[in-house]
Design a protein around this ligand. Structure first.
Ligand code: FAD
Length: 479
């Protein structure tokens, strides 16, 4: 045994002592699942996996790591899509899993707030809100596994942003363990609070680089009494945008989701979930999957049927189905989930989440499709997304049969071209997934000097030795 090994053993013994029984995992087989994320990327074997059960234990572990120069990475439900939570191979890291910090602390149906631990799974938060006759509106495909701390740290968006906003708009208070182990307690359940800098916003979307989120006060909405979902067939993306503008005006601010689903995605969904049926008889190039929801006595059927008729008259849609029951609505939305599964089943592909002004989406879509297919005529473009937020998942399946290296090189080349077009349209290379490690190079290329200096300054102020999630978003010092 070398002196380094002996030192590591001592550190791990100390950490195990701080966390108690079952709080620290060190056996390779126990740590395996903490190395892999939803898309199937695999990180390095961590030094150990710390599983604190209280905020104080998180603070003890982070403080210990700070004093002993141990890099660490917080981990939620492993559903992030930019590799931020995967343990790094360059410098061995401690994984700090929030999975045992999973208590709903309080639900206040009069204040419309809920206080939660960071490790609560999103679905459990939605269920607890529903029990109190409220809604927590964040809704996304990974809600059965992602944690609210991960949602906060990635400033997650999802299906209902156009009505309720992203995580930034849904968090009223935050509790964070700072990189030196001190606890910042900002768990105020206030709808208005104008005292100085809004510190919680620093940590939302910081992808674990500025602190470990341990608790949050979330903003709830009155529970929807009625919801209606529809799948509408449209001739092209421009028609979808026209329909969106119409729907925003006709649906009295009750529009909660407006998703673009191209035919290719519907087919991927049918492939991944053979029990699903094509809801319409005649195939269409694109569809809109939409939902309206109301918490009071409002006739949504008349509203959505009126939209359908007006859209039909204006040539913005050709056909559609309005879900007549909850089960039918559920199977329409299962298309949205199953198409992600269908993409994953196709293996390595380019996954993006670009943002553009909504009014530019049609032109962007046409131009990007043309240029990508000019570079790779046999690639398959699957551009779907939260069209009501100007957020397009412009994903690309590579031509079949390419060797691994050729495929990776091609996908990289296509991504670079796509991002150049995004920049020309004054868009963003990440609407909701964040930067992590996978998007870092493209992000840094587009950062102005003042932006870089401000971000690096913040990181240095909070984490001068760059021990927390090093190398995510910003490069490590010296890189
Ligand atoms: C099927 C699927 C659908 C998705 N749909 C959407 C979507 O519609 N909209 C959207 O925005 N995103 C979507 N995502 C990605 C989204 O970012 C994640 O699902 C979710 O927000 C991440 O939560 P997590 O708990 O899994 O975090 P993880 O993947 O574990 O971590 C994500 C990042 O947050 C950091 N982190 C995690 N917990 C904490 C904490 N407590 N404190 C500090 N840092 C922390 C990690 O270090 C990492 O950098 C989807 C992902 C999948 C797999």
């Amino acid at each position: 045994m070398t002196s380094n090994d002996a030192l590591l053993d001592t550190r791990l013994e100390d950490l195990a002592g701080l966390l108690g029984k079952g709080g620290l995992l060190t056996a390779a087989e126990d740590m395996e699942r903490y190395r892999v994320d939803w898309p199937g990327y695999r990180g390095a074997l961590p030094l150990a996996v710390a599983r604190p059960a209280t905020t104080q234990q998180v603070a003890d572990v982070v403080g210990y790591c700070h004093r002993h120069d141990i890099p660490l990475v917080p981990q939620g439900g492993h559903s992030g899509l930019v590799g931020g939570a995967l343990p790094d191979a360059e410098t061995p890291e401690l994984v700090l899993s929030l999975e045992r910090l999973a208590t709903i602390r309080d639900v206040d149906p009069i204040n419309f707030t809920m206080s939660v631990d960071a490790g609560c799974v999103l679905q459990s938060i939605k269920d607890a809100a529903a029990e109190a006759d409220c809604d927590f509106p964040l809704s996304l495909g990974a809600q059965g596994s992602c944690q609210i701390g991960g949602n906060i740290s990635t400033n997650a968006g999802g299906l209902n942003v156009l009505r309720y906003g992203m995580m930034r708009q849904l968090v009223l208070g935050l509790e964070v363990v700072l990189p030196d182990g001190r606890i910042y307690n900002g768990m105020k359940a206030l709808h208005k609070n104008n005292t100085g800098y809004d510190l919680k916003q620093l940590f939302i979307g910081a992808e674990g680089t500025l602190g470990v989120v341990t608790g949050a006060v979330l903003k709830l909405s009155p529970r929807a009494q009625t919801t209606r979902s529809a799948l509408l067939a449209c001739p092209d993306v421009d028609a979808v945008l026209g329909l969106y503008a119409l729907a925003r005006r006709r649906c009295c601010d009750l529009l909660t989701a407006f998703e673009l689903v191209p035919r290719t995605c519907l087919e991927l969904a049918l492939e991944a979930a053979p029990d699903l049926r094509d809801p319409l008889e005649t195939p269409s190039p694109v569809y809109v999957l939409m939902e309206v929801a109301a918490s009071g006595p409002i006739d949504l059927d008349t509203m959505i049927e009126g939209l359908f008729e007006q859209g039909l008259e204006a040539g913005l849609l050709s056909d559609g189905v309005l879900a007549g029951s909850d089960a039918q609505a559920e199977s329409l939305w299962r298309i949205r989930e199953a198409m992600l599964e269908g993409q994953r089943n196709r293996g390595e592909h380019l996954r993006t989440d670009v943002a553009l002004p909504i009014s530019s989406l049609g032109e962007f879509h046409a131009r990007a499709s043309q240029e990508i297919l000019a570079l790779s005529p046999e690639a398959t473009i699957i551009a779907y997304g939260h069209i009501g937020d100007g957020n397009l998942h412009f994903n690309i399946l590579p031509p079949p049969g390419l060797e691994t290296e050729a495929r990776t090189t091609l996908l990289h080349e296509l991504e670079e071209r796509l991002f150049e077009i995004v920049t020309e349209f004054d868009g963003s290379i990440s609407a909701e997934h964040g930067i992590g490690r996978f998007k870092q190079a493209a992000f840094l290329e587009r950062l102005s000097e003042p932006e870089f200096d401000l971000m690096r300054g913040l990181k240095y102020l909070l984490d001068p030795r760059s021990l927390l999630s090093p190398g995510r978003i910003l490069p490590r010092p010296g890189d």
